[in-house]
Design a protein around this ligand. Sequence first.
Ligand code: GDP
Length: 195
Amino acid sequence: LNVNNAEFIRSAAKAADFPRDRLPQVVFAGRSNVGKSSVINRLLNRKNFARVGSAPGKTTHINYFLIDKKLYLVDLPGYGYAKVSQAEKARWGRLIESWFADTSLMTLGILIVDSRHKPTADDCTMARWFQESGRPYAVVANKLDKLKKSEIEPNLQRIRETLEMGEDGIVIPFSAEKGEGRGELLALIVAHLEE
Ligand code: GDP
């Protein structure tokens, strides 16, 4: 998979705008500021492809990127930003719900959480969306570089337990900053494309 061949396709605000051309879709979710854009940029070897630090609260669009003409990387809007209005939250909910209404093209879900913290209630809700989709999903525990070595294992275990992932669930320790975990994430995506 040539990740350097990546192009922005569109920003979708409603179900009618979702691409439906049978290409596999790898979907990324996470709360605002967890580093979702940074993880995507690291994965694609880009500096500013997905916009880092873009105004939180831009919660109502799903961005589609085409990777190597083989798959869509789907960037779901971040959630959990405190300053977002009720109306905006409701719109987020409807958009996500309409996206998950048809997961037949979802090859793999990626939920990004902050490795420093216990997953939030919103993270648990998102994990449930993925679980209930019946499609494979994995968790990326980002900002690993901010942990002391002794904190890594207990924190990963806490993530696993809080998200009720079970023994087989995949948690990838990741640092968008340092690049740790990139190979594992890429290999996981490629493995699911070949199924
Ligand atoms: P998004 O809102 O989830 O797309 O988050 P961004 O990608 O914009 O990142 C939010 C902030 O976290 C930015 O200041 C990033 O530089 C920082 N950040 C993202 N990933 C990492 C990481 O792995 N390590 C560290 N130390 N900072 C990170």
